[in-house]
Ligand binder design. Sequence first.
Ligand code: MLT
Ligand code: MN
Ligand code: ZN
Length: 306
Amino acid sequence: MRVTVLGSAAGGGFPQWNCNCPNCTGVRRGTSRAVPRTQSSLFVRPDDGVDGVLINASPDILQQIQAHPALQPARALRDTAIAGVVLMDGQVDHATGLFMLRERGTPLPLWCTAPVEADLTEGNPILRVLSHYCGVSLQRIPIDGTAFRVPGVDGLQFRALPLSSKAAPYSPHREHPVPGDNIGLSIVDERAGRSVFYAPGLGDITPPVLDAMTGSDVVMVDGTFWTDTEMQTVGVGRKTARAIGHLPQSGPGGMVEWLRRLPARTRRILVHINNTNPILDPDSPERALLAREGIEVAEDRMDIQP
Ligand code: MLT
Ligand code: MN
Ligand code: ZN
């Protein structure tokens, strides 16, 4: 399989439109070697296939499609390589791009869990609005570990794992999580026998999450914040990383420690990086620490062939 990072930033992107934190200022002025990033999304397709799966529909989807000609194969007057969309949660940075796909000629094949479907029907009624355009062909993501496939994308198998994280702020159960608010996704290339675990919003590494990570060739996991209090330290917000469902990378029990437990052969990549995170600067000490740990920081256009 081939996994393309369409967007490697968390909600808001990098630089964020209204932000003048050191990272956003540095990338805007060109005084840091950090590169701009669009919001959190992947495209995955079989090695020999054109059509693939869009994982998360970010508000930057139109820019991402333009940056990746493979997503626009032009086999017909109207065409797309997006055979279906799979959502990790109902957060604004992962679902708003569905609006931008409304010009399809047929209903959009969309995979999500039951609580995400409820949130996108009531709290943020994207699905109701889309029914006045192309509509969606809604497919339920099972959270009991049953594998599912996306028709038109041969040889790839998907399996969801409910995660401890957070539903979107607009969700009626933001503070009362239910299983399926957020999922991690195992993607298996059946022919090659290779697998990727993807979890852009991951609040806690439970035993099933550690098992899924240990059994994968590549892990692409929550790289939102370096510290729990990062938004307070930078002065842009009061909430902690953990309070909004993101495990910080540094410190005891942080993501770096968990990634150290994986087999040496595992490729470790941080995704969904917030604009405040010092790891965005390739010259930062935090980035040097990650390099010593063998942990990569995703960039837009990164191509992964596990
Ligand atoms: C998150 O991952 O916590 C959210 O996407 C934040 C946001 O809505 O920007
Ligand atoms: Mn997010
Ligand atoms: Zn910023």
